[in-house]
Design a protein around this ligand. Structure first.
Ligand code: GUN
Ligand code: ZN
Length: 409
């Protein structure tokens, strides 16, 4: 079996405060890490020389919308207005399969160019476009969790689905793709409580449970949105409980934003093992508010990071890190930990990806530091520069499971 030995300044984030450093990473042809060391490895193999570069675990974006790829920078400070004006019309275009294919191809290529090796993706409300998204994700080599957006009210007719059709679509697409190559997975994706009836959410939750699928949705992003949820579900005390009554909150559920929560809601999310995708760039862009990281952590809520394109303007998770820092002061080590291991944990994939350990799969990004920093600088200095000033220009190569996916050869 062919073996490759990557040489570089290799960092692995073990905890929010611990960074391990290596000089060599030995990777087997099937993408597994065989050895990590500071000495020249005993095993023989082809040496890939990244001596002047930093090698980090692949970036994990736990919240992004594929059909919104072309809608970035459409300014508005009302989420509901922004959805109606820009997002719903953009998602309608995905009824055209040719358009959906072109957009999906570009989208995954762009994620890889930005150093993202795993993405948790909202497709459009169309079954065919979701199928196409999976096909293009497969071809690109990226790791992805993808789901068809579900809505059955408060949106344009063309984007609405019945609970019956939703269940049928989920079953059909998930049966083909969930677990494919151990790299692609399905997420049941009710958009948010504003555009879903209780019946739709209940059916979605049941189907997810039955087929052991992921679940993703939006929670408590803006004050105006929360008001509408109160009107739509007058008998349920809080937004979080709406999802809980539907059965949507589980260990395989990722809710995005979760900004305006009561402690009771935090406790409930923690009890259910539900994960939070923190999307600071999006929250600044739409003026949604600032998620209080310390409060979430007080309740032991598990936090990962999301770009939330197109409410978030950046595909580069390095730019999202900068905004995460502006939202909540934290060490660069912690920011990179949330980006890598935080993402892996959100998906229950911490035994497989998220950092470098023997036996794990080699998902990694190769970063050029010049002119921001020099390769031999202090680690925290380098990470701070990348966190505040980094973007896709720093990414010179992206590998998933030991395969170089960007630049394309
Ligand atoms: N809430 C419901 N749908 C969306 C969406 O597409 N983007 C964001 N940011 N919030 C949402
Ligand atoms: Zn979103």
């Amino acid at each position: 079996m062919r073996i490759r030995i990557y040489k570089g300044r290799i960092l692995s984030f073990e905890s929010p405060s611990t960074v391990n450093e290596y000089r060599y990473m030995v990777v087997r042809e099937d993408g597994r890490i065989l050895e990590l060391s500071n000495e020249i490895p005993v095993r023989k193999g082809e040496v890939v020389d990244y001596s002047d570069y930093l090698i980090l675990p692949g970036f994990i974006d736990t919240h992004i919308h594929l059909p919104q790829f072309y809608q970035r920078a459409k300014i508005n400070n009302s989420l509901l207005d922004w959805l109606e004006k820009y997002i719903f019309p953009a998602e309608m275009k995905f009824s055209d399969s040719e358009f959906a294919r072109k957009a999906s191809k570009e989208f995954f290529a762009e994620l890889l160019r930005n150093g993202t090796t795993t993405a948790v993706v909202y497709s459009s409300p169309h079954k065919e476009a979701t199928e196409i998204a999976f096909q293009e994700a497969e071809k690109s080599g990226i790791r992805a969790v993808i789901g068809q957006v579900l809505m059955d009210r408060n949106g344009p007719e063309e984007l609405l689905i019945t609970p019956e059709k939703a269940t049928k679509d989920i079953r059909e697409v998930a049966s083909r793709w969930h677990g494919s190559d151990d790299r692609l997975f399905y997420a049941v994706t009710p958009r948010f409580a504003v555009s879903c009836t209780m019946e739709l959410m209940k059916r979605a939750a049941q189907t997810a449970k039955e087929l052991d699928l992921y679940i993703q949705t939006h929670l408590s992003e803006q004050v105006g949105e929360i008001e509408v949820v109160k009107q739509l579900f007058p008998d349920i005390p809080t937004y979080t409980e709406v999802y809980d009554r539907a059965g949507l909150l589980s260990e395989k559920t990722i809710v995005a934003h979760a900004i305006h929560l009561s402690d009771y809601e935090r406790e409930l999310l923690a009890k259910r093992g539900t994960k939070i995708a923190h999307c600071p760039s999006s929250n600044f862009f739409l003026h949604s508010g600032v998620m209080n990281l310390r409060k979430q952590e007080k309740f032991e809520l598990k936090i990962s990071l999301g770009s939330d394109v197109a409410a978030g303007p950046f595909l580069s998770m390095l730019e999202v890190l900068r905004d995460a820092y502006y939202a909540n002061a934290m060490t660069p080590r912690k920011a990179f930990y949330l980006l890598t291991m935080g993402g892996a944990k959100a998906l229950g994939m911490e035994d497989r990806i998220g950092n470098f350990e023997v036996g794990k799969e080699a998902d990694f990004v190769v970063l050029e530091l010049e002119p921001l920093a020099s390769i031999n600088d202090d680690i925290d200095e380098i990470l701070s520069k990348l966190m505040i000033l980094g973007d896709e220009r720093n990414v010179i190569a992206t590998y998933v499971r030991g395969h170089a996916l960007w630049p394309q050869r």
